[in-house]
Design a protein around this ligand. Sequence first.
Ligand SMILES: CC(C)(COP(=O)(O)OP(=O)(O)OC[C@H]1O[C@@H](n2cnc3c(N)ncnc32)[C@H](O)[C@@H]1OP(=O)(O)O)[C@@H](O)C(=O)NCCC(=O)NCCS
Length: 158
Amino acid sequence: MDRHPEVTRFVAGPWDDPIQHERFVRERISRNYGDGLGYWTIIAKDDPGRFLGWVMLVPHNEVGPDVEIGWRLNRAAWGKGYGSEAAGLMITYASRTQSIKRIVADIHPENLRSIRLAEKIGLRPITTIEDFGSQHRVYAVETEPLELGPKLGRSLQS
Ligand SMILES: CC(C)(COP(=O)(O)OP(=O)(O)OC[C@H]1O[C@@H](n2cnc3c(N)ncnc32)[C@H](O)[C@@H]1OP(=O)(O)O)[C@@H](O)C(=O)NCCC(=O)NCCS
């Protein structure tokens, strides 16, 4: 998945070096991100053996207290609504925990699919940061307990 140039176009990483890449993925999947946080595999309901991609909730900047949401799908799985479905469920899940107050995503301004996905699940731009030498927009949403209403998150104003 990571080696497809479109998939990692806006994501820095050792995608072209198989040894470094494997080390990177092994470290990422074995790390302890804290209670209730980490990576979730996305699989096809009609074919559970088929890996579609992942979504994540991890401490923002490795320390929190904000929680960073992220997503990545196999190129062949794009454009079918899987990203919105999986990331939306992460917002629902976060709203059911007491500990996650704000969810953020750092997105390259040209990553229009990710921006669209973020906006669909309630995130809004709050600021711009420098990340790996390029400007990224920070999107955020505050979680609300689900029983307060059908809307899952209250968007922040910039
Ligand atoms: C971002 C990603 C997960 C989206 O997954 P997906 O399953 O294709 O997303 P969805 O189909 O649920 O929704 C994508 C939305 O973006 C829209 N979209 C697609 N291409 C677009 C474009 N070029 N410009 C603007 N919007 C676009 C779609 O129309 C859809 O919105 P809609 O439902 O209102 O029509 C997937 O493209 C991906 O893995 N990208 C590479 C990894 C990545 O960049 N991760 C984020 C790093 S911050």
